[in-house]
Design a protein around this ligand. Structure first.
Ligand code: SF4
Length: 66
């Protein structure tokens, strides 16, 4: 699974980074980024929970086959 942050929707509230810092953290510009290399089969469910908890739905799954 891979995700990306839609920066047009993101409120920069920091919730995703506080829930799951190994996958979501802030870049040098102060914007949240997804570290897809840290998403594994073991934590996919946790990533989905963070996605569902984002207040504006700014965490979007990337469908590589598209
Ligand atoms: S939880 Fe959603 S709105 Fe908040 S920083 Fe993360 S992506 Fe942005």
């Amino acid at each position: 699974m891979k995700v990306k942050i839609n920066n047009e929707k993101c409120l920069i509230c920091g919730m995703c980074a506080s829930m799951m810092n190994e996958v979501f953290d802030f870049n040098d510009e102060g914007l949240p980024e997804a570290n897809n290399e840290n998403i594994t089969e073991d934590n996919t469910q946790e990533v989905k929970e963070v996605m569902n908890n984002c207040p504006v739905g700014a965490i979007e799954e990337i469908h590589e086959e598209e």
